[in-house]
Design a protein around this ligand. Structure first.
Ligand code: 5GP
Length: 204
């Protein structure tokens, strides 16, 4: 049987650029991990595709999946549900592949409770002004949504202390590099690999 894969969680405040960094990671070469496509009840934005960016579902369908235990985690964020379908994550990890989630912080903390040996990476802005201008310049939401996202972002930044790694998103390609190095190194942690060497260690 193959070893179970690693669960990698990329999270951070609204507007920090999680989606951009995640896309750049998956556009880059040499990844050996699979992206878990999230489910959401929010409206599809221009350019988005069903089953690529998200699985877009009604609130009723989403709530049904919550009630039947089909979500690894979910969060209600600015009036919509977002969540990670459980079956895909389990099947992929069981097949020995790593799974990469890009989710907001409430959901990440729920995953941490359920999967404490996951790799929790917090993407941080260089400073708060930078985050504010990213939220305002995004231009996809109206002012009420922007204000709500800023309020949420302030609380979210403080969640950094609960993560294993903090990666600054000053430049996307640098952030991508840092995250890929973290994932690679995690595969060599002694607590993850010692079982492979037990026989050899006994023989010495
Ligand atoms: P957006 O509406 O801009 O695509 O995403 C809003 C927020 O939801 C982002 O912070 C994104 O990381 C987060 N998000 C996307 N998918 C999931 C998910 O499956 N679970 C949780 N908890 N958050 C998610």
């Amino acid at each position: 049987m193959s070893e179970r894969g690693l669960l990698i969680v990329l999270s951070g405040p609204s507007g920090v650029g999680k989606g951009t960094v995640r896309k750049a990671i998956f556009d880059s070469e040499g990844n050996e991990f699979e992206y878990s496509i999230s489910m959401t009840t929010r409206q599809m934005r221009t350019g988005e595709k069903e089953g690529v960016d998200y699985f877009f579902r009604s609130r009723e369908e989403f709530e049904e999946l919550i009630q039947t235990g089909k979500m690894l985690e979910y969060a209600e964020y600015v009036g919509n549900y977002y969540g990670t379908p459980l079956d895909y994550v389990n099947q992929t990890l069981d097949s020995g592949k790593d799974v990469f989630l890009e989710i907001e912080v409430q959901g990440a903390m729920k995953v941490k409770e359920k999967v404490p040996d996951g790799v929790f990476i917090f993407l941080t802005p260089p400073d708060f002004d930078e985050l504010k201008s990213r939220i305002v310049n995004r231009g996809t939401d109206d002012m009420a949504v922007i204000d709500e996202r800023m309020k949420v972002a302030r609380e979210e930044v403080d969640m950094m202390r609960h993560y294993d790694y903090a990666v600054v998103n000053d430049k996307v390609d640098l952030a991508v590099d840092r995250i890929k190095k973290i994932i690679e190194s995690e595969h060599y942690r002694v607590d993850r690999v010692i079982h492979r060497y037990e026989k050899m260690l006994k023989e010495f």
